[in-house]
Design a protein around this ligand. Structure first.
Ligand code: MLT
Ligand code: MN
Ligand code: ZN
Length: 304
């Protein structure tokens, strides 16, 4: 199984278009040791030209250009994106669907009922796409065991319900339901090796712990270093946890949660532009390095 990180940043990307924080202005000017990053998305493949796109970021066209395997060119109009799997209905995970509208067959999208509902009402992308390529809706039940994608033999996907946040335009924003946000435990059936992917993770619940135990590689929420990061920078009144993200540092934080899995490959992904770990020589980045925790970057390859 192959995983490629198309976009390793949280919503807004890095730098964010309107942000002049130390990180954003520094990366723009080249005055800090950091790399630009596009918004959250990965692809999963089995070695064939067909891939599953996990979340469709607003940066998807740039990401496709940067990823030649997504253009196999088997016919005049073609794509390596065989299907899309959505973790939630957040803007930074779904608006790239609009950019795939020129597809010449219905676009297979795997999502929960809640996500399809939000994408038919609050942000009606599925309705809009019905005027273009149309959507082949493939339902994920949040409590189901593995599902497979017929276009992607040999890989099994298990949804893991996550406590995170439905988007602001969802009726579930302050009334969470299982299926608003999922993670994926992805298995290479031949080798039995697994990866756990959870870009938005607010709480390490028992089903998450179980998935982390089973997985060989963990790709988890790296949005914020501190819970009050946006507040202390004067950028928002919301804590990380109010946005459905478990901060890395501090008691009960992601670093502590990852400590029990030090033999596994542990990668932080969906990194917000305010996060000090983006500066490769920051004390926070060096702390992660010392712990053996990786920070995802655009173009990162993971072979499992
Ligand atoms: C989040 O996961 O909190 C998002 O990145 C916010 C957004 O872009 O809407
Ligand atoms: Mn996000
Ligand atoms: Zn910024």
């Amino acid at each position: 199984m192959q995983i490629r990180v198309l976009g390793s940043a949280a919503g807004g990307g890095f730098p964010q278009w309107n942000c002049n924080c130390l990180n954003c202005s520094g990366v723009r000017q080249g005055s800090i040791n950091a790399q630009m990053r596009t918004q959250s998305s990965i692809i999963i493949g089995n070695g064939s030209p067909d891939w599953a796109l996990i979340n469709a970021s607003p940066d998807v066209l740039t990401q496709i250009k940067q990823t030649p395997v997504l253009q196999p060119a088997r016919q005049m109009r073609d794509s390596g994106i065989a299907a899309v799997v959505l973790m939630d209905a957040q803007v930074d995970h779904v608006t790239g669907l609009m950019m795939l509208r020129e597809r010449n067959s219905p676009l297979p999208i795997y999502a929960t009922q809640q996500v399809f509902d939000d994408l038919t009402t609050g942000l009606p992308l599925v309705k809009t796409l019905s005027h273009y390529c149309t959507v082949d809706q493939r339902l994920i039940r949040p409590d189901q065991e593995n599902f497979s994608i017929p276009e992607l033999a040999g890989i099994a996907f298990k949804p893991i319900t996550l406590s995170s946040k439905a988007p602001p335009y969802s009726p579930h924003r302050h009334d969470p339901h299982p299926g608003d946000n999922i993670g994926l435990l992805v298995t290479d059936v031949a080798s039995g090796k697994k990866a756990f992917y959870a870009p938005g993770l607010g709480m390490i619940e028992p089903q998450v712990e179980q998935a982390m135990r089973e997985a060989d590689v963990l790709l988890v929420d790296g949005t914020f270093w501190t819970d009050d990061e946006m507040i202390s920078m004067g950028l928002s009144s919301k804590r990380a946890i109010d946005m459905g993200h478990l901060a890395q540092s501090g008691p009960g934080g992601m670093i502590e949660a990852l400590a029990s899995y030090s033999t596994k490959r542990r990668i932080l992904i969906h990194i917000n532009n305010t996060n000090p770990i983006l500066r490769e020589d920051s004390p926070q980045a060096l702390q992660l390095k010392a712990l053996g925790i990786e920070v995802a970057y655009d173009g990162m390859h993971i072979e499992i």
